[in-house]
Design a binder for this molecule. Sequence first.
Ligand code: AHM
Ligand code: MG
Length: 321
Amino acid sequence: MANIGIDLNRFILEEERKYPEATGSLSIALTAIESAGKIIASHVRMAGLADILGKAGKTNIQGEEVQKLDELSNEILIKHLSDCGQFYALASEELDEPIYPPKGVDGKYVIAFDPLDGSSNIDVNVSIGTIFSIHRRITGTDEDFLQEGYKQVAAGYIIYGSSTMFVLTTGNGVNGFTLDPSVGMFLLSHPDMKIPEKGKIYSINEANAKKWIQPELINYIETLKEEGYTTRYIGSMVADVHRTLIKGGVFGYPADRKNQNGKLRLLYEASPMAFIIEQAGGKATDGNIDILQIKPTDIHQRTPVFLGSKKEINQLLEFIK
Ligand code: AHM
Ligand code: MG
């Protein structure tokens, strides 16, 4: 707890100092994400007002056209990640193809991100977030995005909730930083986060139960109910996973007849969240193998996801094996 309050920039630099061979690239890269996150957070806070200000002629107070928040977040991230020069390529949930920024020609990393996840929650003032996943550049082609999740160099999310938090792993545990708006800094508020071995909450869109491709899941959920579990489902992966990380339990988005491979995207959602949950001592599976062992074949591919405390995920695997 000695480090509580240290800001994210200093934390990143101190982490880097532990590796004498480190060049500073990852620190610069993470700092670019942090800057973009702060700007997105300020737009999220203004979302309701921007709409009011923008209604007349669809321009905001600066005279700019009012944009949808997810598109705006995407642009903010692309700008910061491209300009920092550390990313050879960027893949966004919002773009069909990866971008190769000219300034990143010598960049050592590739990054996949979901600029604003949970977009159905934007208009109703419910928590949303940004998710990112960083791998090393290996071949200098789109193939670099198709590396397994266990090869991630760093992953994290920013949750725009009652406060804004940046949750980060570089493969050395998980740390959470809360934005202090008065100084504009992310301060270490949740050092060395660990998911409880067992929780009391399941988080799944149960309205789809009859469509689930694995009907054994229904028995699993019924068993959890008998064991006294309660349900929480926000429909914003970042918020549902954040709660699962802190309180334990299980979050899942299974395959169903409409979403035969699940709904969530492997690169932008499942894999970075799996890395965080496993680094915090939990487990993540597609129902068959560990999410981090999946070898992607397409940058936009989807996967069923179940992640959370060890007890619940082991129990789930017993039901659906
Ligand atoms: P999005 O990327 O279009 O925002 O969709 C992803 C979201 C996740 O945040 C969330 O876990 C899931 O969709 C909720 O889906 P559903 O409304 O089908 O339960
Ligand atoms: Mg999403």
